[in-house]
Design a protein around this ligand. Structure first.
Ligand code: FAD
Length: 378
């Protein structure tokens, strides 16, 4: 039976990056993925994911983001392709909304370049937007998006170039501690390793039952619509955005990669799901939830539907990540519960997971992400 220094379980956003960092450091490493590379079954498909530096969710993310940008650029150099596209970004809502006020707090605390604009100023400068005058927006020039599917492909490809073994269509169906290491089973084979990195996305609670209530899958839906004024929705004229309004919280992108203006709603219709039985069909109600925001805030994008996709968030109770060692088995490290905002961090989370698997202390304050914040023995 093959023995590895480390096995990475799940080769999506986080696992592909962890595999790369481990392999690049000379570790003998195996990556196991239940579907294909890439696939559209988990949380990273649909072309791209927003990245931004002023982080309304919590300022503690900013040091990780600086490193994430650096590592995305390093991946581009190594892979010879563009992974990061900078468009600028807007975080807007009422003046006291967490989206605007939190982004401003984070920008001030970390001296991040930004401007504060009211709704009219946004509309003049970026004519694809139609915001009410009293909305407040933080504009950050460093925001943009990561080409998420390409990034997963690039990380797996580079990991293999550094010597990683990879098996797709190899679902892990069980694992157990074995001495100070682990034994991991797929349907066809078993492997042993000194360390296990669990990066199973929406299936985290399947692999580690203790995560069942801490990393909860939720169905999401994305739409791409045909702009009526395509010139307003090009990447050089339309910054990515996060918005908060009476209808909920939405995010969106300029046209890129596939045709259409892309928009999604955080927590879409609040549908907690089973990752193996998620409803992947699209229903009229799914479109209506998204069209409501397009009609109101982006009327020049309210053309025909060009694409719609389902996807999954994996939410923790406080919507902060879990980046930690397993409470009982220190040979197992966990990257889970990315709560719909994780992709931008994959590059740095991969590096953190490689540190944990190699008994190095990551150079970040990770206390926000400890698993024991949810209670002893969690
Ligand atoms: C609609 C949508 C929009 C989003 N927008 C943004 C955004 O703009 N910005 C942002 O930063 N983040 C965003 N996110 C969140 C981000 O995409 C996720 O946080 C990120 O992909 C999580 O990475 P992961 O590695 O945990 O999961 P995934 O990327 O889903 O990877 C998990 C992998 O593990 C595999 N796996 C699972 N179980 C097993 C098993 N037993 N054996 C082998 N393999 C297994 C899966 O097949 C999958 O490939 C969005 C998510 C969604 C759904």
């Amino acid at each position: 039976m093959a023995h590895y220094d480390a096995i990475v379980l799940g080769l999506g956003g986080m696992g592909s990056a962890a595999l790369y960092h481990l392999a690049a450091r000379g570790m003998r490493v195996l990556g196991l993925e239940r579907y294909d590379i890439p696939n559209d079954m988990g949380s990273y498909h649909g072309v791209n994911r927003i990245i931004r530096l002023a982080y309304w969710e919590h300022p503690a993310y900013v040091p990780l983001l600086h490193r994430a940008y650096e590592l995305w650029r390093r991946l581009e150099l190594e892979a010879g392709e563009q992974v990061l596209v900078i468009t600028g970004g807007l975080d807007f809502g009422p003046e006291d909304s967490p989206t605007f006020a939190g982004a401003l707090r984070s920008a001030r605390e970390y001296h991040i370049q930004h401007e504060v604009l009211d709704g009219d100023a946004v509309n003049r400068r970026f004519p694809g937007y139609r915001l009410p005058s009293d909305m407040r927006a933080l504009y950050q020039p460093d925001a943009g998006f990561v080409m998420s599917e390409r990034a997963v492909v690039a990380y797996v490809d580079r990991a293999m170039a550094h010597g990683a073994d990879v098996r797709a269509r190899s679902a892990v169906i069980g694992w157990e501690p074995e001495g100070a290491g682990v034994r991991v089973h797929t349907e066809r084979e078993s492997f042993t390793a000194d360390r296990l990195v669990v990066a199973a996305g929406a299936w985290a609670g399947r692999v580690l039952p203790e995560l069942r209530d801490l990393a909860v899958p939720e169905r999401q839906v994305l739409i791409w619509t045909r702009p009526l004024r395509p010139e307003y929705f090009r990447a050089d004229r339309f910054p990515v955005f996060n918005m908060e309004g009476p209808e909920g919280r939405f995010y969106g992108f300029p046209e890129y990669g596939i045709p259409g203006f892309k928009l999604g709603k955080y927590h879409h219709r609040g549908e907690v799901t089973d990752p193996d039985a998620v409803d992947r069909d699209i229903h009229p109600e799914d479109e209506e939830v998204l069209r409501e925001a397009i009609r109101r805030y982006f009327p020049d994008a309210d053309g025909a539907t060009l694409s719609m996709k389902t996807c999954m968030f994996t939410n923790t109770p406080d919507e902060h990540f879990i980046l930690d060692r397993h409470p009982r088995y220190p040979q197992v490290s966990i990257a889970a519960g990315f709560s719909g905002h994780g992709f931008k961090f994959c590059s740095v989370v991969g590096e953190i997971m490689a540190d944990l698997a190699m008994d190095r202390t990551p150079p970040f304050d990770l206390s926000l992400f400890r698993i024991d914040r949810f209670g002893a023995g969690a």
